[in-house]
Design a protein around this ligand. Structure first.
Ligand SMILES: *Cc1c(COP(=O)(O)O)cnc(C)c1O
Length: 375
């Protein structure tokens, strides 16, 4: 079975991880520090805090932005549930706004219609690796006193208007799960433009521990002393994972380039094929394509999914609208709320996309799908 996503592990990655295993630090040590500096460097030069997963990064980011009961978080339904659930866990009310019909990215016009003075965060997702229109979203956020969050689990290495992902929103989160564009095994990161938000994120991801002498309530307690001023969790990445990530980061440009080549090969082959619709790309954007979300028209998505799998080609559907999950349904969220997201979901099929996919593999995917659609 050809998988739909897969990590790219080179001997250099294995060597980097082995070197850490032979050293003194397994947990948070110098390699985590180096990895965070390198993530910050590709993400606009802002501070980065590594975490144990993309979900943890989202939880940390919402905490650092002060999200709690009574707050509203406006987000997209076209995402993995964690974008919404990590804020819901903090007691916030999740408000789903619809996506644009072509890109399936959070639509600023739809956001504008639902923001209130209780809106704390506008959380958009760079779906498939295509950065969102954060200029428009930031304008809305500034107007109502909210912050922007970029769930960039798909888009590390992408740019919009020449600016890198990580520089587009107030806070950006990454996932380094194996199918994503860069991996640490499990892992993630938070990038924050404001120092106070970065500090809050770092403390929450480290149990709330404070060691900065300036901030200690009992500074004369002794050199061993540390304090907790607000509760946190242990979401620290290990040096083992960070070694893999640091080694992977050196090949990020190559990963992004190969993903773009495969995307172009799919686009060329599928252009003009009746029954299929290729993904849309905005003019000022260089996506870091994580998914290739083709649209299967005429109500044939399920058939195409099943026949592709039968042919040994791993396809996926990304995503069911987040509020269809029973946890949201049980809270009173209703189908039909975001019709464009639901229409997109009904047609979407993610085709295999990862750097080690050969042109021959890609052509096999193309021939199989075109064959299914033609019959
Ligand atoms: C993968 C993903 C996450 C969660 O990341 P994990 O590392 O799997 O916890 C969050 N948001 C989006 C859009 C994702 O694709």
């Amino acid at each position: 079975m050809l998988p739909y996503g897969r990590q790219s592990i080179h001997p250099a990655d294995v060597d980097a991880v082995s070197a850490v295993l032979r050293g003194d630090w397994l947990t948070t040590g110098p390699t985590v520090t180096a990895f965070e500096a390198a993530v910050g460097a590709v993400a606009g030069g802002h501070p980065a805090i590594s975490c144990t997963s993309g979900t943890a990064a989202l939880h940390v980011a919402y905490v650092a932005l002060g999200v709690g009961p009574g707050d509203e978080v406006v987000t997209t339904p076209m995402t993995f549930v964690a974008t919404a659930s990590s804020a819901a866990l903090l007691g916030a009310t999740i408000v789903f706004a619809d996506v644009t019909e072509d890109t399936a990215l959070l639509d600023p016009t739809a956001v504008d219609a639902v923001v209130t003075d209780r809106t704390k965060v506008i959380a958009a997702v760079d779906y498939a690796g295509h950065p969102c229109d954060f200029d428009a979203l930031q304008t809305i956020a500034d107007r109502v006193g909210a912050r922007t969050l970029d769930d960039a689990a798909h888009s590390i290495g992408g740019t919009r208007g020449g600016r890198p992902v990580g520089d587009l929103a107030d806070v950006t989160t990454f996932s380094f799960f194996p199918t994503k564009n860069l991996t640490t095994g499990e892992g993630g990161a938070v990038v924050a433009k404001e120092t106070a938000v970065a500090t809050a994120a770092r403390e929450f991801h480290n149990i709330g521990l404070i060691r900065d002498p300036e901030r200690l309530r009992y500074p004369d307690e002794g050199p061993w002393h540390q304090e907790v001023h607000s509760f946190g969790l242990n979401y620290r990445l290990t040096d083992v994972g960070a070694a893999l990530g640091l080694s992977q980061l050196e090949r990020l440009d190559g990963f992004v380039k190969r993903r773009a080549e495969i995307t172009a090969r799919y686009n060329n082959a599928f252009a003009g094929v009746d029954g299929l619709r290729t993904p849309t790309q905005s003019a000022d954007v260089a996506p870091a394509w994580h998914l290739y979300p083709i649209r299967i028209l005429d109500g044939r998505r399920r058939e195409a999914f099943e026949r592709m799998r039968e042919a040994g080609i791993g396809v996926q559907v990304n995503y069911i609208p987040a509020y269809w999950h029973p946890v949201f349904a049980d809270m009173g969220y209703r189908r039909g709320t975001c019709p464009r997201a639901e229409a997109f979901y009904a047609e979407e099929l993610s085709l295999p996309l990862y750097p080690s996919l050969t042109d021959g593999d890609v052509d096999r995917v193309i021939e199989t799908l075109v064959g299914i659609i033609a019959s």
